[in-house]
Design a protein around this ligand. Structure first.
Ligand SMILES: [Zn+2]
Length: 558
């Protein structure tokens, strides 16, 4: 357990900046990931076999290993919050600082620092949302312990929990709701659950008693307060930075909900699973972090579900918000995760919700008439394309054609205003010929010589293939690699699809598989500055963190 897996004892005798920096830059990340993953797989196996002492021992090994510390530091120094410091005003922004951080990470005498309070803009609203920011050190400690906790959480998780879990997404939740509601004989009633201030209220006693991790470290995390990422919807910017371990803790606290419902509604008097009972009650839970719905055949069953869940939550110090928890008939429809689910004449339709459309058009308006009002056309198109791609990707698997057309229409109006504002003295014809061009058989394409604005309505609707319930991301790796590759082949088109295919869906830098739905960077094998072209053969997808490490290493040459 000691020896070369732990470096913390040597933390006092730190080498100089140059050698630290060199050490960071020469890390073989592929090897690091392989070592950490091996331990995580062992933790997952031991948890599945309920060998809790082995789990504990392996978790200790992992949280004290040099490699896991490397990953933890990489995580907090490549994510969005890396440029925001906590109360100690410390940032780890150079290779040497990062390496020093790795060597100093330890649970010995660990004390979490208080959170720094900041206020961030709420999407599309005037009011601001308070947010607590931990120090870099605390974030890294959380990331480190998250590496050891997640494999356990994956094994014990509710099958139909989709939020903040490896290899699962909002789209999977959406598919499951479709399965649970689409047929004529499916459940008619839906309980829309809303847990009041979920993360602020989870009982610390419950967590201390039930979370399978080092208690003294957990106490420090809890004492310092927590940050729960309230924003669950896809955002291309502005996601808050915070505790990486909090979503795992929240999931662990809410897991078991499914079991409670199954015990009551899927089993007979003898306590055995009964298909008859299951199909009579049609009680199904779908949860995304603290957002959930439960289907039920009748209103009475839905009410009983509510009572059961009230008790379940109470034991964890939580309660359902009376105002926001509603029981709805499927013909009236309900919103979840940015979509509206509703039956029209017996047919279930899933569309982007009104609120989601509104938030998105507000963001477009902010780009075009706000920050981008003085931008060059090309810069504006790049930014808008990024936003459009992100939003469309999210909604691509539901009935969105009409909404996409509507978005294009809104965009045109906004861009016209943008253009007119820039040239108040010019006529319509002048403005239109300057910014809009004929491309192919299409008139009115907002474009320059090099780029053109994407049309949301051009994106095909692609049915999402849902994740299998019985697969574990640590134990069934091949299944997930194949699934991610196929998913990318379905979602990408044109040359991007070819690029994806050429690299078999794996990151060009690290060789590990990538998720087409997540953020990925394009890497030019021959840089554009050296005459590299935007050709399929010169392009490759890479993880954003791999790219930033790559750039950091290349900076050495300068
Ligand atoms: Zn990579």
């Amino acid at each position: 357990m000691n020896g070369n897996t732990s470096t913390t004892a040597k933390a006092e005798r730190l080498p100089d900046t140059a050698s630290l920096s060199g050490r960071w830059k020469s890390i073989d990340w592929r090897h690091v990931e392989a070592v950490v993953n091996r331990l995580q797989v062992r933790i997952a196996k031991a948890s599945r076999e309920k060998k809790w002492n082995t789990v504990k021992r392996l978790q200790y090994l992992l949280t004290h290993s040099y490699y896991a510390k490397l990953l933890a530091v990489r995580k907090v120094t490549t994510n969005k919050g890396r440029k925001t410091a906590g109360t100690d005003k410390v940032l780890w922004n150079t290779p040497a600082l990062k390496m020093r951080a790795v060597l100093s990470l330890t649970d010995k005498g660990y004390k979490a620092r208080p959170l720094r309070r900041v206020f961030i803009d709420k999407k599309g609203k005037k009011t601001k949302r308070p947010l607590g920011i931990p120090t870099m050190y605390d974030r890294a400690m959380q990331a480190l312990y998250a590496l050891a906790l997640d494999p356990v959480a994956e094994v014990t998780a509710d099958g139909k929990s989709f939020g903040f879990r490896k290899e699962r997404s909002c789209q999977d939740a959406c598919e499951y709701i479709f399965v649970a509601l689409s047929r004529g004989y499916c459940a008619k009633w839906i309980l829309e659950g809303d847990i009041r201030g979920c993360f602020d209220n989870i009982s610390h006693d419950w967590l201390m008693e039930n979370i399978p991790m080092d208690k003294s470290v957990l106490r420090q995390f809890l004492k310092a307060g927590f940050v729960f990422e309230g924003e669950l919807f896809p955002t291309d910017d502005g996601t808050p930075q915070g505790g990486v371990i909090s979503p795992i803790l929240a999931n662990l606290a809410l897991d078991g909900m499914q079991k409670v419902l199954e015990n009551r509604f899927h089993t007979n008097q003898k306590g055995e699973f009964s298909y008859l009972y299951k199909s009579r009650n049609r009680v199904n839970l779908v949860r995304y972090a603290d957002d959930f719905i439960v289907t039920a055949e009748t209103l009475e069953i839905a009410l009983e579900v509510k009572e059961l869940l009230r008790d379940f939550l109470k034991s964890r110090g939580l309660e359902l918000s009376e105002e926001k928890t509603a029981i709805t008939h499927i013909n009236d429809g309900f919103d979840l995760l940015g979509w509206t689910f509703r039956k029209f004449n017996g047919k279930l339709l899933i569309k982007p919700s009104k609120k989601s459309v509104k938030t998105f058009t507000a963001a477009l308006s902010e780009t075009i008439l706000g920050q981008g009002k003085m931008w060059e056309q090309e810069k504006l198109i790049h930014k808008l394309n990024q936003q459009i791609r992100g939003w469309v990707n999210y909604h691509q698997s539901v009935c969105s054609k009409e909404t996409f057309t509507h978005i294009d229409y809104i965009l045109f109006g906004l861009l016209w205003r943008w253009a007119k504002r820039r040239h108040p003295m010019k006529g319509k014809w002048w403005i239109s010929t300057r910014y809009w061009h004929k491309v192919g058989d299409r008139n009115w394409v907002f474009s320059t010589e090099n780029v053109r604005l994407l049309k949301a309505a051009d994106f095909p609707i692609v049915r999402h293939s849902m994740v299998r319930m019985d697969k574990n991301p640590y134990l069934d790796t091949q299944y997930f690699i194949n699934r991610k590759f196929k998913n990318g082949m379905k979602r990408l088109s044109g040359k991007f699809k070819q690029v994806w295919k050429n690299q078999s869906g794996c990151c060009y830098h690290c060789g590990l598989s990538m998720d087409a739905g997540e953020k990925k960077d394009i890497y030019f094998k021959i840089p554009k500055s050296q005459g590299g072209m935007e050709h399929v053969s010169n392009m490759a997808y890479v993880h954003p963190y791999c790219q930033s490490l790559f750039l950091e290493c290349r900076a050495k040459a300068l």
